[in-house]
Design a protein around this ligand. Structure first.
Ligand code: SAH
Ligand code: SF4
Ligand code: F3S
Length: 509
């Protein structure tokens, strides 16, 4: 096999459960050279699902090279930090953690530190300047090089490798095309798109994740089929702007002379993924309100496997602020589509993200956010305080930064509004019988089980016996709290069929 393959070739190798050679050095082959082959690793993940999924790939690569997962830092030879830089406190956290890890590294010969993810993509050489004891710094586009870089650092010392963009036509492009050690067994993340072509004024993601590239349609459906054959019943499709999925693919097809319309293909993707036998729940994150078309809502409504949950990031209620943010919609259009979504999809749960204190946000602007949030009546809201990220447009608007005390006050006022609607939504579910997929024993009380409804609501419920993760059951909801539901088991619908742990795919090297 050659080192780089076209997507079509990749689909072929993928269907065989094999992957093209990366030409990389195996860690095991170093034993005779240095006698210091690392045997165990631990990955600590910060940030969003993209990073969680990349971490599964990093773990998969290390395990396909013969390493085992350690339960704690003490037991690990290699600590991998997969970093995030979406807000400022992420930076502070990383350098703090690296300080602690210096002591960890000094305590035992042969210990290694790898830093990957969005913050290393942003900071590049700065990571090793500030923490020279780090062995490998890699970016978001070279996850596939993890073991090779680790091997190189063992042979010849610390290394920083940041690729400026994804390598086209290489299997490294999509994390889902690498072997994985998945964290759960009955549900799986599936990357459908990498990068982001939007220009939200506050956001660092396009700078650290690169331009938007859709993964070939058949590769995605093939992967979902493969997962279903291993007993996976739930998939979450991942991308920064999932509802523009496929626009680039159709444009490329047109350039190649095919007579296709240049438009997103997310609705078709939802229908095809939802039709895969064995897949009972399909989720996705995140769509962009400006690209939310009727065909996507119809596909959600008409595909039984697609869950009644929409994450629909508002960011702000004032049209003036939305325009400064370059979000591409007004609050009126946002709300109209929401009404349409709720009309088409009965019992739809809607969650959102809102930023407080965007530069120049006035009291009137903020009151508009409160009004729109109240009208939208969200099931749950992630509220963030604006954090200036160097290199973004909003970070330069220093003359308009909002006073910290004013922001803190607004943040609390918004929280009161969104918590109230969440609590009311949850109380309205009391007495209902809900379908639940079991996640395991509750963290607070191991005699209670936890699971999720189709609306993605966390339910803690009593059960006469422990149920395996992945079990489908029904529970009666007895109480709605602001952030979760409580209930009692009614009946078990289906036992899980997945293997205890999805095996790490073999890599041909
Ligand atoms: N692609 C996703 C969001 C990724 S980031 C989307 O468009 O929905 C997740 C959330 O972090 C964003 O929705 C936004 O609310 C928040 N966020 C991003 N940059 C931020 C910043 N500089 N300060 C505060 N919150 C931010
Ligand atoms: Fe950031 Fe906007 Fe892209 Fe989301 S859509 S990742 S908020 S630039
Ligand atoms: Fe953070 Fe990168 Fe995700 S910046 S939020 S880990 S895409």
């Amino acid at each position: 096999m050659k080192a780089s393959s076209t997507p079509r070739e990749l689909a072929f190798w993928h269907s065989l459960g094999q992957f093209p050679s990366t030409g990389r050095k195996r860690l095991g082959s170093l034993e005779s050279v240095s006698g210091k082959t690392p045997e165990s690793y631990i990955v600590r993940t910060f940030g969003c699902q993209m990073n969680e999924h990349d971490s599964e790939r990093i773990s998969g690569l290390l395990e396909s090279d013969g390493m085992r997962r350690a339960e704690s830092d003490d037991d690990a030879d290699v600590v991998v930090l997969n970093t995030c830089c979406i807000r400022e406190n992420a930076d502070n956290k990383l350098y703090g953690t690296l300080g602690h890890l210096k002591t960890w590294k000094d305590a035992k010969d042969g210990r290694r530190i790898v830093v990957g993810g969005c913050l290393s993509q942003k900071d590049k050489d700065i990571v090793q300047t500030r923490a020279p004891w780090v062995d490998v710094v890699m970016g978001t586009h070279n996850v596939h090089r993890t073991t090779e870089l680790l091997a190189q650092s063992i042979e010849s010392g610390p290394i920083t490798e940041i690729l400026e963009e994804a390598v086209l036509d290489d299997h490294a492009l999509f994390p889902s095309a690498l072997p994985a050690r998945r964290e759960t067994t009955f549900n799986a993340w599936v990357t459908i798109q990498i990068g982001c072509d939007n220009t939200c004024a506050y956001c660092i993601v396009p700078a650290v994740r690169g331009k938007e590239i859709s993964r070939p349609f058949t590769d995605i459906v093939d992967e979902v089929r493969q997962l279903a054959s291993q007993g996976v019943t739930e998939v979450t499709l991942l991308g920064q702007n999932v509802n523009s999925y496929g626009r680039d693919l159709s444009l490329a097809a047109r350039r190649d002379g095919e007579n296709v319309a240049a438009r997103p293909q997310f609705a078709e993707l939802l229908r095809n993924v939802g039709a895969v036998e064995g897949i009972r729940r399909v989720r996705y994150t995140s769509p962009h309100p400006k690209d939310m078309r009727l065909d996507v809502l119809q596909a959600m409504a008409e595909t039984p496997a697609v869950c009644e949950h929409l994450h629909y990031p508002l960011q702000a209620g004032s049209d003036r602020v939305l325009s400064l943010m370059h979000r591409g919609y007004t609050s009126e259009r946002y709300l109209e589509r929401l009404v349409e979504a709720r009309r088409l999809i009965p019992d739809l749960a809607v969650t959102t993200d809102i930023i407080v204190g965007f530069p120049g946000e006035t009291e009137d602007d903020f009151v508009r956010t409160l009004e729109v949030a109240a009208e939208a009546d969200f099931d749950s809201t992630f509220t963030f305080i604006f954090s200036p990220r160097e290199g973004t447009e909003a970070a330069k608007m220093t003359d308009h930064f909002v006073d910290t005390a004013v922001v803190a006050d607004r943040f609390e006022r918004l929280r009161a509004v969104v918590e109230r609607s969440a609590w009311l939504k949850h109380q309205a579910r009391e007495g209902r019988i809900e379908e639940i997929v079991v996640e395991g024993p509750s963290r607070r009380d191991p005699s209670v089980m936890s699971g999720r409804t189709r609306q993605n609501k966390l339910v803690h419920f009593t059960s006469p016996r422990a149920l395996r993760p992945g079990t489908f059951a029904t529970a009666e909801i007895t109480r709605g709290a602001p952030h979760f539901l409580e209930g009692r088991l009614v009946e078990v619908l289906a036992e899980p069929t997945h293997k205890i742990r999805i095996p790490v795919a073999s890599v041909n090297v």
